[in-house]
Design a protein. Structure first.
Length: 410
């Protein structure tokens, strides 16, 4: 925990110009996703901005001067986070936020957990900190800063909820008025501790029924139910199964030609899904198919129940969670919001782009903790075709009982 009110205790920052490391002495500033501080280097006198080590900033610290002349961050692994932050602060990019507080804690010491993010998966994994902290809380009020549309992930009682009513995509920018609003909340407390908000927690001790409102797939029912296969669809994360088409996809993004090529990529993905369904149905005649995700493009056969939506609200989220919790195998591309589906379904097959190999675990939250997790959770290369995907599905469904019985007989 990092004490930030009424005083700042033991925070280090690094000058982006001379790399001098010194104690952080100024007040923290709540930009949105990031908690920042304005510093003056005690070695070279440079004024600069630095991130406080919470969330992704713990692994990817950033410091920079307002004129952008001096910047320090991991350019190989951290540019995705640093560059939007630097642009937001230095160019004054920000959006108006509407803030609401739900519940009111009674303790005079506050733990603040910042779950703001422009990526739903990041918000979801940050929220895990809340439930783990509730297990260990000792006479402290817990407040959670969260996008309003993700408030359903939090318990309705036991914590203060500080919601920000902005679309996730807007939260990448700075949020006007947020810092002042938060500081007004601080006046009710004698001490405020900023939570580290870990992003790679071990989720095995979490009760996902409590978080998501539905229990994960009951493996005892695996062989009693007709196989349910669910595809997670995205109209901007394609499964193309072809080197040239992936190259063409990258070129179209680089030169902003997505609108020209996307219809073809969607058609290609649609044809692959149809082929997978045909091959699975040949080996598992009683299987059923559903597709979820954002968007309605494509011409899918009636054998696939289409549960996609153009706009996602709480009703849609709950409906999808019910589908995932009854699914034997989820199939999706890495980055297609596979976290909740893989948490609730019995098994998953994730199509993993090669440039995402280092991030293999970030999109999956399977709750099995035995060797069954290896059997039920599978990753395939981005060039995998319909034949390989369907073979994995058929093997997973047909051999589940054999594998489970052999484990129990030991």
């Amino acid at each position: 925990m990092i004490e930030i009110f009424p005083k700042i205790v033991d925070i280090k920052s690094i000058c982006p110009k001379c790399l001098n490391k010194a104690n952080f002495e100024s007040e923290v500033y709540f930009q949105g996703i990031h908690v920042l501080g304005k510093n003056v280097c005690n070695a070279c006198g440079t004024e600069y901005i630095s991130t406080i080590p919470t969330g992704h900033s713990t692994f990817f610290p950033v410091s920079f001067t307002l004129d952008k002349r001096h910047q320090r961050f991991d350019k190989e692994s951290g540019s995705w986070m640093a560059l939007p932050l630097i642009s937001s602060v230095c160019e004054g990019l920000s959006v108006e936020g509407v803030f609401k507080r739900y519940n009111l804690g009674g303790e005079k010491e506050l733990i603040l957990i910042n779950c703001l993010d422009d990526c739903f998966g990041h918000v979801f994994t940050k929220v895990w900190n809340v439930y783990l902290e509730l297990q260990n809380r000792q006479n402290k009020t817990i407040a959670v800063l969260i996008p309003a549309q993700c408030r359903w992930l939090l318990p309705s009682t036991g914590i203060e909820i500080w919601s920000v009513n902005l679309a996730l995509g807007q939260i990448k920018q700075g949020i006007k008025g947020l810092d002042e609003w938060i500081r007004n909340q601080f006046q009710r407390f004698n001490k405020v501790l900023l939570h580290p908000t870990y992003i790679h927690l071990n989720h095995q001790s979490l009760d996902f029924k409590q978080i998501l409102g539905v229990a994960p797939f009951d493996l005892k029912q695996f062989t009693n139910l007709s196989p349910q296969i669910t595809f997670v669809w995205r109209e901007d994360r394609f499964w193309l199964s072809n080197r040239f088409l992936y190259f063409l996809s990258k070129v179209s993004k680089k030169y902003k030609l997505e609108t020209l090529f996307s219809p073809f990529f969607i058609w290609r993905q649609e044809q692959l899904i149809k082929r997978v369904v045909k091959l699975i149905k040949r080996n598992l005649p009683s299987s059923n198919f559903t597709i979820t995700g954002k968007g309605k493009l494509g011409n899918l056969p009636s054998i696939i129940k289409d549960e996609r939506h153009e706009f996602i609200d709480l009703k849609v989220e709950h409906k999808w969670n019910q589908i995932f919790s009854k699914t034997h195998v989820i199939i999706g591309v890495h980055g297609s919001h596979m976290l909740i589906p893989s948490t609730l379904a019995a098994g998953f097959i994730e199509i993993l782009p090669r440039y995402k190999i280092d991030h293999l675990t970030e999109d999956i939250a399977q709750s099995h903790n035995s060797r069954l997790s290896h059997f039920l959770g599978r990753f395939v290369d981005e060039y995998a075709g319909a034949g390989l995907i369907s073979r994995h599905v058929v093997s997973l469904v047909k051999k589940f009982d054999f594998v489970k019985r052999n484990m129990e007989s030991v």
